[in-house]
Design a protein. Structure first.
Length: 62
């Protein structure tokens, strides 16, 4: 498993040299949201695509 420092270094290497501090902050924010989502899915489980579509069908008009 990579350390947080390793992940930040990898992120910085992927961004262009002229990126702003806001760009870096945004990418760190997105990476953290993804990590939390994966952890939550592993802890609480996930649902199938069919189940998701069934749950959200009341908001989808066809």
């Amino acid at each position: 498993m990579n350390t947080a420092k390793d992940e930040v270094k990898a992120l910085l290497d992927k961004l262009p040299d002229d990126c702003s501090l806001e760009d870096v902050q945004y990418h760190l924010y997105v990476a953290e949201k993804i990590h939390r989502g994966i952890e939550r899915a592993e802890k609480e489980g996930t649902i199938s695509q069919d189940e998701a579509e069934r749950k959200f069908s009341k908001w989808i008009s066809k």
